[in-house]
Design a protein around this ligand. Structure first.
Ligand code: PXP
Length: 243
C-alpha cells in the first residue's frame, strides 16, 4: 500500500453562494465544522484579488475556528504576501490569477515569472509557511519549481478533467509522469482542479500523490447530501483508490 493521501476541501464555492446575494449564509464556519468532522485534512481557501467569493474577514474567522491545516491559495502579489504573513497559514498555494477568468485557468508561468515567484516563495518560506506552486503537469515546469526552492508542487488537473477518451488518457499519463518526476526530485506532490466523484480515483491511485484539493464538485454534491456526507464520500473513494 502506498503512503497516505490527504484531502483539502476548497470552500470558495460556499462563499460564492453567499456573495451571490450578500447574505450572512451559508455560514463558512459551519461548513468547516462539517468538513473537519468528516475527516478532511485541510481547508483550502482562495482570496482572489477581486474578492468575488472569499473575503478577508473569512480567512481570519476560519483560521480561528478550524482545527486542521489552512491551505491559503493566493496570487504572487505583495498584497497577498502581506495577508499570508499576517494569517500564518500552514500552507500557501501560489496560483496565477486573471480578473476575467471564471476560475483559475492553467498553471503558474514559472518560466516567464521566475523572479516574481521566487521572491514570494522566499518571503513565505522564511516565515515558516510551506509553499506549493500550482503548475501544469509538465517536467520543465517541475524543474523550475525545484529551482525556485518550493517544497511542494500542486499539479493542475483541469485539462485532464475537461478531456475525454484517448485525450484524457494522455493527460492522465502526463500527470503520472509529472508526479513521479517531482517525487524523484524530493518535493511533495499535490493535485487539484476539476476533480469530481468520477475522475478522482485514477488521480488518487497515483502512488506519489500526497494531497488532493477539491472544491466545486464537493460543494455541488453537498447541495443534496450536506458537506459532511460529501466529504465522507470523497474520502471513501480516495481510500479505495489507494487500497
Ligand atoms: N487547486 C487549486 C490550486 C485551485 O485554484 C482550485 C480552484 O480554486 C482547486 C484546487 C479546486 O478546484 P475545484 O473547485 O475545481 O475542485
Amino acid at each position: 500500500m502506498s503512503e497516505a493521501l490527504e484531502l483539502g476541501v476548497n470552500i470558495d464555492h460556499i462563499a460564492n453562494i453567499r456573495q451571490a446575494r450578500f447574505t450572512a449564509y451559508p455560514d463558512l464556519l459551519a461548513a468547516v465544522t462539517q468538513v473537519e468532522a468528516a475527516g478532511a485534512h485541510a481547508i483550502t481557501m482562495h482570496l482572489r484579488e477581486d474578492r468575488r467569493h472569499v473575503q478577508d474577514a473569512d480567512i481570519y474567522a476560519v483560521r480561528q475556528h478550524m482545527t486542521t491545516r489552512l491551505n491559503f491559495e493566493m496570487a504572487a502579489t505583495p498584497e497577498m504576501v502581506k495577508i499570508a504573513l499576517d494569517v500564518q497559514p500552514e500552507d500557501v498555494c501560489v496560483v496565477p490569477e486573471k480578473r476575467e477568468e471564471l476560475t483559475t485557468e492553467g498553471g503558474l508561468d514559472v518560466i516567464g515569472q521566475f523572479q516574481r515567484i521566487q521572491t514570494v516563495t522566499q518571503q513565505l518560506g522564511q516565515a515558516g509557511i510551506q509553499v506549493s506552486l500550482f503548475v501544469e503537469p509538465d517536467i520543465e515546469h517541475i524543474r523550475r519549481v525545484v529551482e525556485l526552492g518550493a517544497p511542494v508542487v500542486e499539479l493542475h488537473t483541469g485539462t485532464y478533467a475537461n478531456k475525454r477518451g484517448a485525450e484524457q488518457q494522455r493527460e492522465l499519463e502526463r500527470i503520472q509522469q509529472a508526479a513521479a518526476f517531482a517525487h524523484e526530485q524530493g518535493i511533495k506532490v499535490n493535485a487539484g482542479h476539476g476533480l469530481d466523484y468520477e475522475n478522482t480515483p485514477v488521480i488518487a491511485a497515483i502512488p506519489q500523490m500526497r494531497e488532493l484539493n477539491i472544491g466545486h464538485a464537493m460543494v455541488a454534491r453537498a447541495v443534496f447530501v450536506g458537506m459532511h456526507a460529501a466529504t465522507r464520500e470523497m474520502l471513501a473513494l480516495m481510500r479505495s483508490a489507494r487500497a
